[in-house]
Design a protein around this ligand. Structure first.
Ligand SMILES: Nc1ncnc2c1ncn2[C@@H]1O[C@H](COP(=O)(O)OP(=O)(O)O)[C@@H](O)[C@H]1O
Ligand SMILES: [Mg+2]
Length: 156
């Protein structure tokens, strides 16, 4: 599903929500403490589908949904704590500061940030970036997913 392109950026084609979930699952299985995954993509691109697979890969059984009314949801039941952020509704970065995002980003768990472009300046320079894009208007279920900052074995 994934092929390496330039600068250790990987491009994957997802043909349905299950593929995006599986990609998240594989990365979640190998995720390490202190990693921040920045997720980019429009509404309905599949960021939460990826997050759900990622949580499963960490061994979290709890249902993961978009943290619509809060900026961050913590899930403790897996191999590592998962901090699932959704920046969609934040007005500016100070709201992230109010919830003490640094303790999560630089803590002992793994952070996933939906709508990462809205908090770009707060992301660690070495964060793992995942861009999810619709490929065409005809193929409703196809997505191009690009990943940077991840080791190749994490995609297996
Ligand atoms: N290839 C795909 N990857 C992810 N989701 C897909 C795909 N094809 C269709 N979908 C559908 O698109 C929607 C993605 O929703 P969601 O993951 O909540 O998006 P986001 O969090 O980016 O707003 C779901 O209804 C899912 O079933
Ligand atoms: Mg979402």
């Amino acid at each position: 599903m994934c092929a390496e392109s330039k600068d250790a950026e990987y491009t994957c084609i997802s043909r349905g929500a299950g593929d995006t979930f599986d990609l998240g699952l594989r990365l979640g299985r190998r995720a390490a403490a202190g990693e921040v995954y920045a997720l980019y993509g429009d509404l309905g691109a599949g960021k939460t589908a990826f997050a759900q697979g990622f949580a499963k890969g960490l061994g979290i059984d709890e249902a993961v949904t978009s943290p619509t009314f809060v900026i961050c949801c913590a899930y403790e039941g897996g191999r590592l704590p998962l901090y699932h952020f959704d920046a969609y509704r934040i007005a500016d970065a100070s709201e992230m500061e109010e919830i003490g995002y640094e303790e999560f980003f630089y803590g002992d768990g793994v952070s996933l940030v939906e709508w990462a472009d809205l908090v770009e300046e707060l992301l660690p320079r070495d964060c793992i970036r995942v861009w999810i894009e619709r490929v065409s208007n005809d193929d409703f279920d196809v997505r191009r997913i690009r990943i940077s900052g991840v080791r190749a074995e994490c995609l297996q």
